[in-house]
Design a protein around this ligand. Sequence first.
Ligand code: LLP
Length: 467
Amino acid sequence: MPSIDRSLPNTGHRYIPQITSLELPPSPNQELMPLTAKVNSNDNLEIGGCELQQLVEQYGSPLYILDEFTLRTACRQYRDSFATYYGGESQVIYASKAWSCLAVCRIIDSEGLGFDVVSGGELYTTLQAGVNRDRIYFHGNNKSAAELELAVEVGCTIMVDNWLELDHLAEMSEREEQQSITIMVRITPGIECHTHEYIRTGHLDSKFGFDPNQIEEVFAYIHKHSNLNFIGLHAHIGSQIFERQPHQDLAGVLVDWMKKAQGYGLPVTTLNVGGGLGIRYIESDDPPSISQWVKAVSQAVEQACQDASVPLPKLIAEPGRSLIGTACVTAYTVGSHKKVPELNTYIAVDGGMSDNPRPITYQSVYRAVIANRMSAPVTEKVTVAGKHCESGDVIIKEASLPKTKFGDILVVLDTGAYNYSMASNYNRIGRPAAVVVSEGEANLIIERETYHNLIERDRLPERLVKR
Ligand code: LLP
């Protein structure tokens, strides 16, 4: 296989894959850039065959730029790896909370993946994108009655999280002419992993899922309600995880419970091991590849099933970040500079915590490049600040960059997961537009919010209009 040159001119950093058709694409989650990233003859960064500076000229900034090839590659790597490493049936479902919009759902659906949704809004989006209910799984620790009604009406699988929901569903399933309701049960597995405490969910002190000591009671309850079509168990231990061991341990825990369920006359045909595989935001991040992760999980489930003498279940994984994180970058325009002598230099961009709330929420770290001068030598350590009225509105605390000037295009990498989906209108700043790029073509997938959009749902009561 020809070697891949991933070095960026003059930076010495390994991060631009140059893909040719002869090579198998690398695992997107191990890269810092979308797989199609390259520097063109104008010394400009190109993604999906589109020059970023031109995209900003056409669509404005900040701009989310989604590389279709990278997203499709991640989908295929998950799907193909399960087909290679798992002896039973498998289904990869996209945790759409990472980025839910029609175009993203459409691309992922066309790759044969299913969808994890956690709200009526995410469910609605997948349905509008044309996703079949058989591939939709409805999560959430406090689904409203209306959301449950909608999920039942749609006929998707409901991941039951707690007693309130179970009671509701049992009651709904007994209503006249009600067809059976397909459910899976979410369990808190009691598995620790090393990630930020806000994105850890598998430890016992968690708001999600049934506590292990309640689970037999849950099985007995479901057994008594024959219209509840119980198909299996789910657990999710956290996000941005680089270790394989926690998911391997999880396989054993889930298979133990699978056996317990059988004791209550509930055959478990489906196990869902959640998502959580991490991605590389900075050079020192070292996640396993998609195929290494799938192999580890598949082998652990097979081994646990063999040890417990239970048949292989249909195996579901629900990644979000590792499917879409690397596929997108955010392009900003550089504005003001501030030099604090002997302390720091700030460069400000035209977005910030409203389009990327992850640094201020989780102290997440990112890398950036100057897209319009890719070979300019890296000479500065600066703080890349946003434009919000908040001191903590910093996108990158210590960014290594060439000397920047007003109007440069600063591109923050790996912003596909939990960026648009957690974006806000703080300071009444409209959320950015998003484009999908592929083979030299760019298409708008989300329009930029206008000033009008910002006030269109405001209402002025009559008595405030009169003076
Ligand atoms: N399944 C369940 C039940 C989940 O709660 C999550 C993520 C996933 C799957 C997908 O996990 P992933 O493969 O993306 O790690 N906003 C945070 C991440 C929150 C994750 C929430 N749950 C962030 O920006 O890091």
